[in-house]
Design a protein around this ligand. Structure first.
Ligand code: HEC
Ligand code: HEC
Length: 228
């Protein structure tokens, strides 16, 4: 995609016999092509910068992770909230989260310890494996169900059905309600520092945090992944 977008402008620019009208059209097309190139570049940057994940290697690495993430209803102790579901989560987002724990930009002592010894390649492998466990609903983009007016602002990134539109943004559909609520509050109180989501969370009214968490948790999507 990026290659096609970048080649359009130069080949049109070299066209010698243009009248005024065509010239305007071409200029517009060049602007569109350039904008598309930028958008594609932004969308692909975190992916191209990351190592290619190996699902099989990730499966071996991921086995111990399911000791917590693969147990239905398993809880974090203080504060008490359920361990997030990872199966079918977006690979790019899993990588960002794991690098965040490893590098200390994302808080949580247990997960920091889990991620501390992982190389970038191992993180890519385990992310590829976990993402490959998408159930039918996640793979198909979820189902259309009840809509919630207050979640409309979230759809641009997290998708109309809570299934994220981009590999680097997390899927929220079906995630545990108490985990989603904890995460949203962490963006609001500065414990999580991602600038994009921090800006979004700041716009959410206090009384809507729990409602949004309940709404996304109730959508069909992520499921607890059990070890095979
Ligand atoms: C001892 C239990 C435990 C083990 C083992 C464990 N985790 Fe976690 N994990 C957690 C908890 C609790 C959280 C929520 C942390 C938080 O609130 O940020 C979490 C969060 C995560 C997240 C963030 C999910 C999201 O939606 O943002 C990822 C990714 C993750 N773990 C991957 C792994 C991987 C990969 C392994 C194995 C290498 C692993 N975990 C092992 C308990 C565990
Ligand atoms: C402009 C894009 C964008 C919009 C709009 C957006 N988010 Fe996010 N959201 C993100 C990104 C990027 C992350 C991952 C940030 C990180 O790495 O910590 C995220 C993370 C989250 C998480 C943490 C998920 C997890 O597994 O830990 C929750 C919960 C969340 N968003 C809820 C919402 C809600 C609710 C709304 C609407 C009020 C919303 N977001 C709007 C981009 C967006």
């Amino acid at each position: 995609m990026a290659a096609t977008a970048t080649t359009i402008a130069p080949s049109l620019a070299s066209e010698p016999t243009l009248n005024l009208f065509e010239n305007q059209v071409i200029t517009n097309m060049k602007i569109v092509a350039r904008a598309t190139t930028i958008l594609v570049a932004i969308a692909l940057f975190p992916l191209t910068a990351a190592a290619e994940g190996d699902v099989q290697a990730g499966k071996e690495l991921g086995y111990t992770c399911l000791g917590c993430h693969g147990i239905e209803g398993y809880r974090n102790a203080y504060p008490s909230y359920r361990v997030p579901k990872l199966g079918g989560q977006k690979a790019g987002y899993l990588e960002i989260a794991l690098r965040g724990y490893r590098d200390g930009t994302r808080p949580h002592p247990t997960m920091q310890a889990q991620a501390s010894s992982l190389s970038d390649q191992e993180i890519a492998d385990v992310a590829a494996y976990l993402a490959s466990l998408a159930n039918d609903k996640v793979a198909a983009g979820g189902t259309t169900g009840a809509s919630f007016e207050k979640a409309a602002a979230c759809a641009a990134c997290h998708g109309a059905n809570g299934i994220s539109l981009n590999a680097v943004w997390p899927t929220l559909a079906g995630q545990h309600e108490d985990y989603l609520e904890t995460a949203l509050n962490q963006y609001r109180n500065g414990k999580r520092t991602d600038p994009v989501m921090t800006a979004q969370a700041a716009l959410v009214a206090e009384e809507d945090v729990a409602l949004l968490a309940r709404y996304f948790a109730g959508l069909e999507g992520l499921e607890t992944t059990r070890p095979e």
